[in-house]
Design a protein around this ligand. Structure first.
Ligand code: HEM
Length: 151
């Protein structure tokens, strides 16, 4: 049970953090020379696929993370510092993601569908900024989580 929880937990983290790294550091600079009329609908299609996967990853991280709090550590008393840090930073990341999903992404989708490229350009800029913050936090959490047992 613990191994299954840990496997799903790690796969969810890889999907979320790796996906953000690819979007932010690979796809964004590669797509930037495209005309806005092509680039913004492309991002709408990219995020329409990626964001539901992240939503699933968030649910799995929470369920498996708290399952392991009980299975591995016997509850919240005496959790090691690295698990407390993972939980705290993880929840901040999830709040940023939920904001992104329900505010700029919703607006961006609507603006692209309506052909309002100026508004969509402003929304994608906000999404880029939020993904950048979550990417840095996500990389930090992965390092903290995986090295924590040694400090
Ligand atoms: C928000 C609630 C979260 C909780 C309660 C939680 C809890 C846990 C627990 C209990 C473990 C097992 C630690 C051990 O056995 O030493 C673990 C492992 C791990 N967590 Fe989380 N976690 C959360 C979020 C996250 C997030 C957001 C990420 C990354 C984006 C993440 C990445 C990892 C990784 C990579 C490991 C594997 C560490 C290893 O065994 O090498 N966790 N988590």
């Amino acid at each position: 049970m613990t191994i299954l929880a840990l496997a799903l937990h790690i796969l969810s983290a890889v999907l979320w953090v790796g996906g953000m790294l690819f979007a932010h550091q690979v796809l964004r600079p590669s797509a930037s020379p495209l005309e806005a009329a092509v680039r913004l609908p492309l991002w709408a299609r990219v995020f329409a696929r990626f964001l539901p996967m992240v939503m699933l990853a968030v649910v799995l991280l929470l369920v498996t993370g708290y399952a392991m709090v009980f299975l591995v550590f016997g509850g919240f008393g005496g959790l090691p510092l690295y698990v407390d840090l993972m939980q705290a930073i993880g929840i901040i990341m999830m709040m940023i993601f939920l904001h992104l999903f329900f505010a700029p992404w919703k607006r961006f989708r609507r603006a692209v569908a309506a052909g309002d490229l100026a508004a969509a350009g402003r929304d994608i800029e906000q999404i880029r900024m939020l993904v950048g913050v979550n990417l840095v936090l996500g990389l930090a959490v992965v390092v903290i989580a995986a090295t924590g047992r040694y400090w």
